[in-house]
Each structure stands twice: as C-alpha cells, then as structure tokens.
Write a protein that binds this ligand. Structure first.
Ligand code: DSN
Length: 419
C-alpha cells in the first residue's frame, strides 16, 4: 500500500494513540472551559477533508491559483450562510482565528500610534484588545475601561466619560470573561460622540447572538469579529462581519494580502457546515439551554456560599470569586482537575492576585450543554465543585466526587461511535 493511502493508526501509531487518548479525556471529563465546545462529526469530517490540499489565495472567483471551482462554491456558501446567520451584509470567513480577525480589523482601520480603548484584561477583556504583550498594545496607544466596583458590570456613563477624556480612534466591546448582556447601542452612541470606530468582538457569545438570545451588535457596530468554535460550536477559526459592503472590501484586503496567506479551505468548509447547523431551530433550543444551565450553575454555587462575579449570568459564563472562600484560582483549578472537571483560573475584577495565580475560576456551560446536560445536572456540578472547594482535606469527598463526575459523563455520552 502506498504511504498516501495508509490510515493514521498504521502510518503513525504515536500520533494516533495521542488522539485516542485525547478523545478519552474529552469523554471522561466534565468540560467547563467557557471557550470550548464539541464540534459535530460533520464539522470535523469537513475539516479533515482533501480541501487541506488546496491553495486559494484571494476570494471566490478572484483567485491567484487555478482549480478553485469547488473551493469557490464552498467558500461562497460559507459567506452566504454567515451573512444569513448574523443578518450581516458582508462576511469574510478566512481569518484563522479570532486574534487574526482582530488584527485584520486593526490593519484596516488604524495606523500605528492611534488610540484604542477596550476592557482591561483583568476585568474580562482580551489580549488582543490592547494588552501590552500583544501587538495591539505594542503598536497602538491604549486605554482600558473597567467594570464598576460595586455591581461588577459595565457602567456606560463612566465608559462615556473616559471616552470623552481619552478620545480613542477605536472602541472595542465584547469580552472573554464578562457574564452579562452588552448594550451595543449605548456603545454606538459613545463612539458617535467621540467619532470613533466601534468593534464588537463576540467570540464568546456568537452562538447566543446568532440565535437572538443575546442582542446583536451588527446594527450598531462598524465591524464585528468572532471565533467560530465557542458557543457557535464550529471548527476552530475566525470570522469578520459588517453591514457595509464597501467597508467590508477593506477588511477583505486586510485579511489577504494584509495579514494572512492561503486560506484554510478545509476549515472554511467546516465553518459552512457549522453555520448551517446554527441556522436550524434546534440550535436555538441549544443556546437557550446554554443560558438556562449557566443560570442554574450560578444560582446553586452561590447558595453554597461561593460568590459569583456580578452575582449571576446572562450568558454561558459563570465567574467564581474565590476570595469569598479564601482560595486562589490556581488552587481551585488544581482541585477540580483532580476530580476530572476542567475549567480555568481567571482574574476577577480588581483582583489582588497575579494573572498566574488569580482569585477566580471561569466556568462555561456551552460544551456540556452539547452533551445534553440540563439544569439539574448543572446543579449537581455546582454541588460537586462546592464540595471539593469547601472540603479540601476530605479524601472521601474527593473519591465520591470522581464517581459523581463519572456518572454524569456516562449518562451523557459524547460521540456515540468511535472514530
Ligand atoms: N482563549 C480564549 C478564551 O479562553 O476566552 C480567548 O482567546
């Protein structure tokens, strides 16, 4: 048999084994990382297809290589589905990631030294929104807004005052660890007042936006970026959307040749599949359940005496403030991982700890909702986490927690057939 026809488990047993081990890990652990989800077999099949072989710089019908007729059909389908899903006039489906999507927007709208204003990373913002360690913080002047100390939510009056004082050229809204609804219309009013562009990065809430569970930024923002793999449940990748086609053409150029080379057409095909899945009524049922589950988790964990940032959630994120039980995020992360629950330590607003230690634990409900868990299951998860964090020295509680996790995993199988 020629090497090109040899299946992975014969041609490279090491890689094949590691993939099988990772599948087992995903099946036997409770996945609460707020930015993760489980893509469908159809999405993964498209992503693992022969499309990976094809170079297709440019856009459908405007390529630099021959042989793009099928690629063009696929990318056009992805673009049309993305526009329909988000009610946008224009879409670019080529960004390799959310960070790449944001970088292309910056290239298009800004010059080095211009000022951008985004949420502070430790309050829930993102590295690409002006962090000093990211190109967005190195090439642009930055100023950051924070959440209000008492409510731990956005205070639009304070953000307006800051924008009037600092006069940014670009305002960024949309976050990585903010559990509450974002008022895009209020951001638009501020951007208009200071003559700034407005970017919404909806990487986390894209699935909720697509289904109307969270208000859409499209009518209010100059441009919207997102990833496709979080609540949207597609392949790992990025997407740029806007309502002005002429503006969109600028973003096209900023993606290629501005910041990227050959598009990942196998990923674009998988995005097309995921967008079609998200257009189905069952996906709205799914995203509704995501929020119901997060609310159940937040309520139950608070009833056990563990504080939650902003005292609840409107989306898929529940951010525990562990100062309420004198614990760091680093310790909590370790404790829950010992009973096969996966999440991540995270700063909370006004965190006294470093980003490596933190005072918070970020939980998300999207992935386990895909596995079919409902509110009562999330209450059980809240109780398992509380038992573990409140009784760190009791080995019998830990042993029992592992069994409770195993039971939830067994009763909600992930992929029903092996790969
Ligand atoms: N890493 C993603 C998250 O966890 O929110 C954002 O880039």
């Amino acid at each position: 048999m020629k090497a090109i026809n040899t299946p992975l488990n014969e041609s490279d047993q090491k890689v094949s084994l590691f993939i099988q081990e990772e599948l087992k890990r995903q099946e036997t652990h409770l996945e609460l990382i707020a930015s993760e989800n489980f893509a469908s077999r159809a999405v993964m099949e498209a992503q693992g297809s022969v499309l990976t072989n094809k170079y297709a710089e440019g856009l459908p019908k405007k390529r630099y290589y021959g042989g793009c007729e099928h690629i063009d059909a696929i990318e056009t389908l992805a673009i049309e589905r993305a526009k329909k899903l988000f009610n946008a006039s224009w879409a670019n489906v080529q960004p390799h990631s959310g960070a790449q999507a944001n970088f292309a927007v910056f290239l298009s709208l800004l010059k080095p030294g211009d000022k951008i204003m985004g949420m502070d990373l430790s309050h829930g913002g993102h590295l690409t929104h002006g962090s000093p360690v990211n190109v967005s913080g190195k090439w642009f002047e930055t100023c950051h807004y924070e959440v209000d100390k008492d409510t731990e939510t956005l205070d639009m009056n304070k953000i307006r005052e800051q924008a009037l004082r600092t006069r940014p050229k670009l305002i960024i809204c949309g976050y990585s660890a903010y559990p509450r609804t974002i008022d895009f219309q209020a951001f638009r009013a501020i951007a208009d007042e200071v003559n700034a562009f407005l970017l919404a990065d909806i990487a986390h809430i894209a699935g909720l936006v697509a289904t109307g569970i969270h208000p859409s930024p499209i009518p209010y923002c100059d441009v919207v970026t997102t990833t496709t793999h979080k609540t949207l449940r597609g392949p790992r990748g990025g997407l740029i959307l806007c309502r002005d086609e002429d503006f969109g053409k600028q973003f096209d150029k900023a993606v290629f040749p501005g910041t990227q080379g050959g598009p990942l057409e196998h990923v674009i095909a998988a995005k097309a599949v995921a967008f079609e899945e998200a257009l189905q009524p069952q996906f709205t049922t799914y995203t509704n359940q995501i929020v119901k589950n997060a609310k159940a988790l937040a309520k139950q964990i608070q009833s056990r005496g563990i504080s939650v940032v902003s005292k609840g959630t409107d989306n898929h994120i529940v951010l525990l403030d562990l100062r309420s039980i004198n614990m760091t995020g680093k310790v909590a992360d370790q404790l829950i991982s010992e009973v096969n629950i996966t999440a991540n330590k995270n700063t909370v607003p006004f965190d006294p700890e470093s980003p490596f230690v933190t005072s918070g634990l970020r939980l998300g409900s999207a992935a386990l909702t895909t596995r079919g868990l409902i509110e009562s299951d999330f209450e059980e998860i809240a109780n398992i986490i509380a038992d573990i964090l409140l009784h760190t020295d009791k080995i019998e509680i830990k042993d029992k927690a592992k069994l409770r996790v195993k039971n939830l995993c067994n009763t909600h199988p992930l992929y029903r057939e092996s790969f």
